[in-house]
Design a protein around this ligand. Sequence first.
Ligand code: DP6
Length: 314
Amino acid sequence: MTAATARAHANIALVKYWGKRDAALNLPAAGSLSLTLAALTTTTTVRFDPRLPRDELTLDGAAAPATRVSAWLDLVRARAGIDHRASVTSTNDFPTASGLASSASAYAALAVAATAAAGIQLDRGALSELARRGSGSAARSIFGGFVEMGVTRAAPVPNADGWDVRMVIAVVDGGVAKQISSRDAMDRCAASSPLYAAWLATVPGDLRAARAAIRAGDLDALGRVAQGSALAMHAAALATRPSIRYLRPTTLAVLDVVDQLDHAYFTIDAGPHVKVLTSPDRADDVADRLRAIHGVSHVLISGPGGPAHLVSPR
Ligand code: DP6
């Protein structure tokens, strides 16, 4: 069978996904809304091979455990009516060790490559559902630009004509704190945080406000929603028993600096890094300010990225 190679970009949620309503189908408890980022790319090649005894995964040049990918590949095998094992080779163009490595770009690229390699054709909505089974945020990376995750799949969000934004990413040296995967953290949060229900209640209104801001090209309105959503999610995580704390001292120092900048708004995911939404003309200045903060090891600027796509065969 032929090999297929696909490419997808990571995305950063402006209205967060944090909690599931069905773990087996990996269905989110609520919607979410993100921006796909050009600067963070995963390229993945899949080859189904009748000679392979088991699925094999190579991640950034090194052999990696294939259990989770293998369970996901079973979905593709079932749809395609094939039984062959596969070799999967995946590389990120951003340092995996930076903590920015994302299951979003990984499962979006994998969905496009694996279906092509298995000889099945799915529309983007069905690809988004398939990517979701691997990772909820991956459903959004099937599409480019602003993307909203709905009940089972994602779809693009129409934005104001000619409107452009930037995301400035400050990589924070997390140091001591043990990272908890977002999957484990959201499950624990849903099970024991007294603020989980309150967090979920913020999502519908934040989605409405974010959609309206994107339609109007209103950076300040979108930025305020994004900050509020991230802080509500982290408040629920902090109140989990025992507490889940992704925010490090340097993270808080970055937030203080962002508060002083005009037209710059932060968001934070399941790690210590800070992503700042701003306008194209302010991005360099924001990046310089973040670089000057002690404990920020690396800063990068990204514009919106396009959808996941097949690289070969074309
Ligand atoms: C904080 O998509 O990694 O980045 O569906 O369990 O794989 P699983 O979770 P995942 O969670 C992402 C959480 C987040 C917020 C977001 O991207 O919306």
